[in-house]
Write a protein that binds this ligand. Structure first.
Ligand code: FES
Length: 106
């Protein structure tokens, strides 16, 4: 599946993601800047924050209470569409998923 990342400068990067990987891993494996992912996907750092396009919000995995709590500590403002990209597993139904990278992860 393709995942589209809109960078802070407006550039859109379309990357081929492997099913079973997370959106964070797809970003890191393809050199998408702005996804720091300090904890490596353990849901501990909140530096993999992304804004999910509203039309995809209902299609991705639901947010855990733990993720919800961690999102209170993001470097860029939390919005209704905020998620931790390491907590979004990719499957074939998410082909074309659009996320925006926030201005900063700190
Ligand atoms: Fe650390 Fe997602 S990579 S919370």
């Amino acid at each position: 599946p393709q995942v589209l990342f809109t960078l802070h400068n407006g550039t859109v990067m379309s990357v081929a993601a492997a099913t079973g990987h997370s959106v964070m891993e797809a970003a890191r494996n393809n050199g998408v800047p702005g996804i720091v992912a300090e904890c490596g996907g353990a849901a501990m750092c909140a530096t993999c924050h992304v804004y999910v396009d509203p039309k995809w919000l209902g299609k991705i995995a639901a947010m855990s209470d733990f993720e919800d709590e961690l999102l209170e500590g993001t470097g860029s403002p939390r919005m209704e569409t905020s998620r931790l990209s390491c907590q979004i597993p990719i499957d074939d139904g998410l082909d074309g998923l659009e996320v925006t990278v926030p201005p900063s992860q700190y």
